[in-house]
Structure formats: C-alpha cells, structure tokens
Design a protein. Structure first.
Length: 302
C-alpha cells in the first residue's frame, strides 16, 4: 500500500515530497487563526487529554458563555494581531438552543463590524443549529475527530466516533467549510495517524489542525511521554502527502515540542497555524509568532 511506503521512506525524502506537494497544491499562502475560549469547563465528557472535563481536577477556568460584547471585542483583538480567522470555542458536548441563538447574534455583530472570517467549535449540533450559524455569517465549522476510529474508544468513552462524523457531514450539508483534525502523541500507532489522515481526506474537510499532546496535570494523560520532534515532523509530512491541497495547521503543542525549530513543520507541508494561545494553554508572544511567520515566508521564497 502507498501508506506503508510513506511510513518506510527516509525522513529527508518524505520532507521533499511533502514540501513539493505544498508548493504545487497550496502555494505560499499561510493561514493564521486565533480562538476565544467562550465557555470554559463544566464539561461532562471524559476526553483523556482535556483540562475542561469535570471528571478531572485540573484547575482549568470555569465560566458560562461569554456575553456578546466580550466576543465582539475578542474578534477585534484577533484582527489586530494579524489573524484572518476568529474561532469561537465552547466546552461541552453540545449547546442549548439559547446558547446557539446567542452565538448567532454575536456572529452577526462581528460580521457587520469586523472584517474577519468567522469559525466556531461548538460541539455536536443538528442541521437547524448549523444552518442558523451559517445564515448568521459563520464560514467554517470546527469539529475534530481527534484520532483514528480504532483508537478513539481509548481516549473518549462518553461519545462515539460516529457522532463526530455525522456532525461534520451536517456542517458540510448546510454549506459550511469544515476544519477537523486531531491530536498526536496520545499513544496511538503510526497506522492510527495514517487512518486519521485517510478519513479526513474521505470526508473532504477543508482545514486540518494537527495538535501535539501537551500533558495536563490532573488528566489521565498527564504522565504521557512526549513524542519526538522528528515524529511530529514526519506526521505533518504524511498528512500533507495524503491530503494534498488542504490547509494543514500546526496548533497546540508546537511551542513545547519544536521550540526554536518550528519552521521545520512548514518545510514538512504545514501552511497554517494558531496564534494568540489556545483554550487553557498559553502560546508564545504575538511578536515571536510574527517573527516565525516572516521566517517561514523567507524559507518558502528560497
């Protein structure tokens, strides 16, 4: 199989192929996005990697859905730091109808007042809710599959994999772009990573965030040994080769694992990243990320 050959290729050959595909299929476009943790904690799901689960004692912040004014101000700040996409993220498996209407209202306000593309990660939603979000001005819905279908039950037991796939299909059916990826370094095999990439290709998602596990104290994965920098680079390259023209975004964990060598991820095929921090984890300074962006563009020119 082609996938088996990819796993056995020398890293340098893998990187050459991935970078060539990135050049041919997506060019030098680098997508930057930033997110707002608009509702934190109070989640009854048991995702083993997540600080916001009420089943674990992590000290993560707990608060209800932020008010429209706060969400609007956050969107303005994201535009100011140079991101082109603003993502509204909420904890929990799903939202109430009232929460959906409040977020639709906030999206409409942002659409009218801030020149930024709008994304949201709100859990499992039905056709009606996703259609309302699309009509309010949402352009892309984020819903990670997290890992492969086979490995998923070892990470989450309170929801099933099929539900995640259904949400992605519904989002696409109402005309939304879809952002979906997962986390590497949770104990999955190389075949699990390949299977995840192949499924995302089959689902025809538009953007694929690759998160690298940051072990959080209090979660079941708090003592998980980190994967190597080279394994993360190899994963990014394999995803690029399989997914061809999709946006591949390096997200949480890039600062911790790569340190000063984050540029390697963009030679391996990545063409996007989150800036401004994550849900419960602080990122690098905006100044440092803008220096990285300049370095990536310099590397791509050469």
């Amino acid at each position: 199989m082609v996938e088996e050959k990819l796993l056995n290729l020398p890293l340098i050959e893998l990187l050459k192929r991935a970078n060539k595909i990135r050049e041919d299929c997506v060019g030098k476009k680098l997508e930057l996005c930033s997110i707002l943790n608009a509702k934190s904690g109070i989640c009854n799901q048991d995702c083993k990697f997540c600080a916001q689960s009420s089943k674990y004692k992590t000290g993560a912040p707990i608060y209800p859905l932020k008010e429209k004014k706060e969400i609007l101000e956050a969107a303005k700040r994201v535009l100011d730091i140079g991101a082109e996409r603003f993502g509204i993220v909420t904890s929990g498996k799903t939202l109430t109808n009232d929460e959906v209407y409040k977020i639709c209202d906030a999206i409409s306000q942002i659409k009218n007042k801030v020149k930024i593309k709008l994304c949201a990660s709100l859990g499992k939603l039905d056709f009606k809710s996703l259609k309302l979000l699309k009509e309010a001005g949402l352009s892309r819905y984020h819903h990670n599959i997290e890992t492969s279908k086979k490995f998923y039950p070892r990470i989450v037991t309170t929801s099933n994999f099929k539900e995640r796939i259904e949400t992605i299909k519904i989002a696409k059916s109402v005309g939304l772009e879809v952002c979906s990826g997962g986390i590497i370094g949770m104990g999955e095999s190389w075949q699990d990573r390949v299977d995840m990439a192949l499924l995302l290709k089959k689902l025809d998602v538009d953007s694929v965030p690759i998160n690298i596990l940051v072990p959080i104290k209090g979660t079941p994965l708090e003592n998980k040994e980190p994967i190597s920098c080279l394994d993360a680079i190899k994963t990014i390259a394999i995803f690029r080769i399989i997914l061809k023209d999709k946006i591949i975004k390096i997200a949480a964990g890039r600062e911790t694992l790569f340190g000063d060598f984050q540029g390697l991820g963009f030679l391996a095929g990545a063409n996007g990243m989150l800036i401004g921090g994550y849900l419960t984890i602080k990122g690098r300074s905006i100044e440092a990320d803008h220096r990285l962006v300049a370095e990536i563009k310099r590397i791509w020119r050469n």
